[in-house]
Design a protein around this ligand. Structure first.
Ligand SMILES: Cc1ncc(COP(=O)(O)O)c(C=O)c1O
Length: 391
């Protein structure tokens, strides 16, 4: 019996997600590559597994870059994005010929000031920022507010960035990056993003790649399939006569890692108050929805209970009143030691979980009927590393 709470990663599901995405795209656009989004789940085991599968590392900070290096990535297999890359990290990836998608004029100024230090020509990509909300009303996260990332097209920052970069001898503009996190992850979003990317691509001095970012659904029932995303994107690339030598990049996180991960916790007690059964567990909403957003989780109950209760509220170990993560109606009456499994919790959970009241739980990898440990549960020993005490 494994000690709860723990995350469990179904390796066969992860393999299926990766191979499904790869084959859907390579069958329509052979020059296709994936950069795994480290931020979505930065568990070192997962990062090293992605490396072993020949997946690039999509990173947005110096610590994420260092993690990529730690698990074995060469600089030329890194995609470096984000508004705060760290100039030293950016210079390393630029020098090694990795992918750097610039986000601001400060980064262009840095390149201008340091061009003599790069040794040879460098290649850069530009992240674009445009009014996706008008193209897809109600679907974007900032809505009518401006998006934060990349060079805006409507205010001509994108054109100015191109002019600036073209004025620096030794710089080639080789890529357009267009990641957008959206509410809907719809085919319409990907159509609009690909269209805008293709319109911008002609401004690159020497186009080598188009990077459409992440935020796709994975194997969620009823959502667009990998095949549908591929057909939508590739048909726009063809409409714009993008040559087949141009590399198509995606940076999925959730589409690969959300569904293979579940979270298991155990019932430790119950109370009946105001006609409601409150069920206490050794798990917490902090592990599965660290931002405490209301999510309707899929779940399994492992119980031998024959009795059914009209309502049970499943709650966590923390002292936060709203540490409640399931509201069960007409389900078996849970008993002490019964197990609750919460499904599809691989994205933005492990990487966002706080060290609040308890430490990080263990992560188990399930490969068929074999189990191994990807992370042992943290103890006070790990929590106090690098800490100084008052003396
Ligand atoms: C630049 C970039 N690429 C990729 C991703 C991955 O997104 P998702 O996990 O939704 O696929 C993100 C997420 O915010 C991102 O910011």
């Amino acid at each position: 019996m494994l000690k709860t709470p723990y995350f469990i990663l179904d390796l066969q599901k992860l393999e299926k997600n990766l191979s499904g995405l790869r084959s859907a795209f390579t069958s329509l656009w052979p020059n296709f590559a994936i950069g795994y989004s480290f931020k979505t789940n930065n568990l070192p085991w997962i990062a090293s597994w992605m490396h072993a599968q020949g997946v690039m590392a999509e990173v947005v900070s110096s610590p994420e870059y260092e993690l990529a290096k730690y698990v074995g990535y060469e600089d030329n297999c890194v995609i470096l994005n984000g508004p705060c890359k760290g100039f030293e990290t950016m210079d390393k990836v630029l020098k090694a010929g990795g992918i750097v998608n610039l986000d601001s004029f400060q980064e262009i100024n840095h390149i201008k000031a340091n061009i003599q230090n790069y040794g040879s020509r460098i290649k850069v990509g530009l992240r674009i920022n445009f009014d996706l909300e008008t193209a897809c009303p109600g679907e974007t996260i900032p809505g009518k507010e401006p998006g934060r990332f990349g060079f805006n097209i409507e205010n001509r920052d994108f054109d100015r960035a191109i002019d600036e970069l073209k004025s620096i001898a030794g710089v080639e503009i080789v890529g357009i990056h267009a990641h957008h996190s959206t509410k809907t992850k719809s085919l319409g979003i990907f159509k609009a993003i690909t269209k805008k990317t293709c319109e911008c691509a002609s401004k690159c001095s020497c186009l080598e790649y188009i990077d459409l970012g992440g935020c796709l659904f994975g194997d969620k029932p009823g959502a667009p399939t990998f095949e549908e995303y591929a057909q939508t994107i590739v048909s726009v690339l063809c409409d714009f006569s993008i040559p087949s030598e141009i590399k198509l990049l995606l940076e999925p996180g959730a589409a690969l890692i959300a569904s293979p991960v579940s979270y298991v916790c155990k019932v430790i007690g119950t109370k009946d108050i105001k006609g409601t059964r409150l069920v206490f567990t050794d798990g917490s909403i902090k592990h599965i929805a660290p931002q405490m957003n209301a999510i309707r989780f899929g779940y399994n109950l492992k119980t031998s209970s024959k009795n059914t209760l009209p309502r049970q509220v499943i709650s966590g170990y923390s002292c936060i009143e709203m540490d409640r993560f399931l509201d069960l109606n007409n389900q078996p009456e849970l008993q002490i030691d019964d197990e609750i499994t919460i499904k599809n919790v691989g994205a933005y959970t492990i990487s966002l979980a706080p060290l609040f009241i308890e430490y990080y739980p263990s992560v188990i990898v399930k490969n068929g009927d074999k189990y191994s440990i990807a992370r042992e549960a943290w103890t006070t020993k790990e929590f106090t590393q690098k800490q100084k005490l008052y003396v």
